[in-house]
Design a protein around this ligand. Structure first.
Ligand code: SAH
Length: 286
């Protein structure tokens, strides 16, 4: 379907040259220029004309135009003031694109999407991947779906199943179901990055797997465990949360988790059980 939409292609190199600009490495500027992969990213969101789409790092607008063909409205956030005039020009024929010059990590999504219903589709600057995940999931309204082009290794780490869960994987999988849509070769971008990329899709659950009032405890516990991930759980949790080893041992035993295990061997289900046990042992009794 994507290829039949025939969005005008943008000559990224030509435009940059004409405006006397160079890709800014410090802002993670690697523009997706291969039309096949642009369409794949846009299609991976299954967007229809009732959807509001948030695009992060719109650059020169090549993905923005693809999204505008499919969505009801596209909110395109771009931090670099030098790109904004070009972005406006390139997208001027589309009335359903709203451009915001801002740092995505500094804005409240609720302010721009009052309905709270939206999807995220973006080829993001890789240096903000983890912070962006946190920013998007910790807001008042979370998207229904998120499609991101990110570094391939990071996408693989996020989609990994039990047995090798990292803090990053946990912090995505507690909110939704991640899947790897496609790999994207480095040659699909300009300039060509040093790493390969992949399209990651996350389908969010209606509510997180850990109750909202336990999310804080969940992340505290996981951070403590993963900050010394080579250590046994009894020691890493005790050191990280400043709780006596015997107490940690007792709580782990109550949820059938051997205190000799290391953080990455726990399944998401075990993290959820453990969080609940810790949460109840900490909450004030009344
Ligand atoms: N989507 C475009 C550009 C991708 S490059 C394309 O695929 O071609 C990443 C873009 O994110 C750059 O334009 C960069 O300026 C922008 N960017 C970097 N940090 C940002 C931030 N914190 N908030 C919003 N945009 C950011």
């Amino acid at each position: 379907m994507g290829d039949s939409l025939n969005s005008p292609e943008i000559d990224v190199q030509g435009l940059l040259k004409r405006y006397g600009l160079r890709p800014d490495k410090s802002l993670g500027q690697n523009f997706l220029i291969d039309p096949h992969y642009l369409a794949r990213v846009a299609d991976a969101g299954n967007i229809t004309n009732v959807d509001v789409v948030l695009e992060i790092g719109a650059g020169l607008g090549n993905l923005t135009l693809q999204l505008a063909e499919r969505a009801k409205e596209v909110i395109a956030v771009e931090i670099d003031p030098q790109l904004i005039p070009i972005l406006r020009r390139v997208t001027s024929s589309k009335k359903n694109i709203k451009i915001l010059q801002d740092d995505i990590l500094k804005i409240n999504l609720e302010d721009f999407i009052p309905s709270g219903e939206f999807q995220v589709v973006a080829n993001i600057p890789y240096y903000i991947t983890s912070n962006l995940m946190r920013h998007i999931t910790s807001g008042e309204s979370r998207p229904q779906r998120m499609v991101l082009t990110i570094q391939k290794e990071v996408a693989e780490r996020i989609t990994v199943q039990s047995g090798k869960l990292s803090l990053l994987a946990l912090s995505v999988q507690v909110y939704g179901n991640p899947s790897l849509v496609s790999k994207v070769p480095a040659g699909a971008f300009y300039p060509v990055p040093k790493v390969d990329s992949a399209i990651l899709r996350v389908d969010f659950f209606p509510s997180p797997l850990v109750p909202e009032d336990q999310l804080d405890s969940f992340f505290k516990l996981a951070k403590a465990s993963f900050s010394q991930k080579r250590k046994k759980l009894r020691n890493s949790v005790s050191a990280g949360l400043n709780v006596e080893k015997e107490v940690v041992e007792g709580l782990l035993a109550e949820v059938d988790i051997d205190f000799n295990r290391r953080a990455e061997t726990l399944s998401l289900g075990e993290w959820i059980k453990l969080t609940d046990r810790f949460f109840r042992s900490n909450s004030p009794k009344n």
